[in-house]
Design a protein around this ligand. Structure first.
Ligand SMILES: C[S@@+](CC[C@H](N)C(=O)[O-])C[C@H]1O[C@@H](n2cnc3c(N)ncnc32)[C@H](O)[C@@H]1O
Length: 218
C-alpha cells in the first residue's frame, strides 16, 4: 500500500492507520451526508486502511458500505476493521483493482474514491471512470477526493511540492488537472456537478452519471 502523504503504521499485525485519513474523515463525511442517497449501497474504491469505511459506516447508518482495494495488505487491514466494527452495514472488503475488467458485479448507488487518483498511474483513473460508468445508473454519483490542479495550476505551493515528490517516487503518479478529469468524464458519461474546496488544499469532486441519449431533430 502506498502512502506518500502521511505516515502509515501497523497495529496488531493487520490493522493499519494513517493520520491523514483520521484528519480528513469528518470534512469528507459532511460532504457525503448531503451528496449520497439516503439509503443504498456505496462502493468505496481504494479503501486503504479501512478507517474511512469504518467511520463513514458508523455515521451513515442507512447506507451499506462496500470497501475495496487492490492491495492484499489493505484488504487485510480493512477486514480487521470490519471484524472489529461488527456493524451490519459495513461489508467485508472486495479485492478490486480498478484496472480489472469487468469489475465484480456490485449494484452500487454511488462510488466513492478518496486519495487514489494522484497516487496511481493515469490509466487507473481512466479505469475508475470506465468501471464506475458501467455500474452506476443515470443520475448516480461518483465522488472523488484528493489534491487537484485547476487549469494547469496547483492550488497551493504545498501541492506543487507534493506533486514533485510523487513524480520522483513514481513517474506515472501525479496531481491531476480537473480539466483532464472533465475530459475523461465526458468520454465516460460523467458530468462534473460540484467542486468543493476541502481543508489542506484538497477538493471533493461530485460527478453525475449521464446516460447519453441521441437527440432528435423533429
Ligand atoms: C493513499 S492510499 C488512500 C487510501 C484511503 N482511501 C485513504 O484515503 O486513506 C491509496 C490507495 O489506493 C490503492 N490503489 C492504488 N492503485 C489502485 C488500483 N489500481 N485499484 C484499486 N486501488 C488502488 C492503494 O492500494 C492504496 O490503498
Amino acid at each position: 500500500m502506498n502512502r506518500a502523504d502521511s505516515k502509515f503504521t501497523s497495529h496488531r499485525m493487520t490493522k493499519a492507520f494513517a493520520p491523514a485519513t483520521e484528519r480528513n474523515q469528518q470534512p469528507i463525511l459532511d460532504v457525503l451526508r448531503r451528496a449520497l442517497p439516503s439509503s443504498g449501497l456505496v462502493l468505496e474504491i481504494a479503501s486503504g486502511t479501512g478507517q474511512h469505511a469504518s467511520f463513514f459506516s458508523r455515521h451513515l447508518t442507512t447506507i451499506r458500505w462496500q470497501p475495496s482495494d487492490a492491495s492484499p495488505e489493505a484488504i487485510e487491514s480493512i477486514a480487521a476493521r470490519v471484524r472489529e466494527a461488527k456493524r451490519g452495514n459495513l461489508l467485508p472488503p472486495l479485492e478490486l483493482d480498478v484496472r480489472a475488467t469487468p469489475w465484480p458485479r456490485v449494484d452500487a448507488d454511488a462510488v466513492v474514491c478518496i486519495n487514489m487518483i494522484h497516487i496511481a498511474p493515469w490509466k487507473a483513473t481512466v479505469a475508475l471512470f470506465q468501471g464506475a460508468s458501467k455500474i452506476l445508473k443515470e443520475a448516480r454519483h461518483l465522488i472523488t477526493y484528493g489534491p487537484y490542479r485547476l487549469h494547469g495550476t496547483h492550488t497551493a505551493q504545498r501541492n506543487a511540492a507534493f506533486d514533485q515528490r510523487l513524480r520522483a517516487r513514481n513517474a506515472e503518479w501525479g496531481v491531476r488537472d480537473v480539466d483532464d478529469l472533465q475530459e475523461l468524464g465526458e468520454e465516460t458519461g460523467f458530468e462534473l456537478g460540484e467542486q468543493i474546496a476541502m481543508p489542506a488544499n484538497n477538493m471533493t469532486l461530485i460527478w453525475t452519471r449521464r446516460v447519453h441519449r441521441p437527440s432528435y431533430d423533429g
